[in-house]
Write a protein that binds this ligand. Sequence first.
Ligand code: ZN
Length: 147
Amino acid sequence: MSPFEELYQEIVMDHYRRPRNKASLDHIPREMAHENPTCGDSIKLEVVVGTDDTVQSVRFDGKGCAISTASASLMTENVIGLTVAEARTYAGSFIRALRGEEPVEILDGMGDLAAFKGIASFPVRVKCATLAWHALLLSLPSASEEG
Ligand code: ZN
């Protein structure tokens, strides 16, 4: 394994073992959970958007493999503080890069998310890595709901 791959693996394992912004979201009904049946990953998301249209907090709950959990943890860290529009763009770029619809190299400009670069070649794992981001896109207020 190259030093880069080792570093990336460390990032994923760190966020898996100590997920950031993970909380008990028992008040959110089970039916609201986002699922990745291929792997058994399940995630609930609670997004708080301020009156200034910035993402104030994102918390997640659920169970899943190391990749889905680490990706959810990193997602929360990366989108808090962004505007809703920025968060949408950010999530879209991440998902498209992993799906091979955009050059995977754009992940290099996304900090620790570069840890997921190697996953782009594994479609089953891509579903794990993008679950939280799809959940985010579905949880952000849509333009029509804004003032
Ligand atoms: Zn998974």
